[in-house]
Design a protein. Structure first.
Length: 72
């Protein structure tokens, strides 16, 4: 089966590994937000604040690490 994609958006660890095993680059939600923030398409704090109002789960440690990556 040919999909024609260069990457896949997936947060679940086992799914991400399966995608990578099939030659796809896997990005998670936080990775997409980081890329957008670095390109000045979104404000990191706003995007993360909105994300936290959903059922998305992320450890406080990882969230702190992400916040330290981009300076708005």
């Amino acid at each position: 089966m040919t999909v024609g994609a260069n990457f896949v958006l997936i947060d679940e660890r086992k799914g991400r590994q399966a995608a990578e095993d099939h030659g796809l680059q896997a990005y998670g939600t936080l990775g997409v937000i980081l890329v957008a923030a670095k390109r000045k398409l979104v404000t990191l704090d706003d995007a993360l604040g909105r994300l936290q109002k959903t059922n998305f789960r992320v450890s406080p440690r990882l969230l702190k690490s992400v916040r330290g990556t981009v300076h708005d």
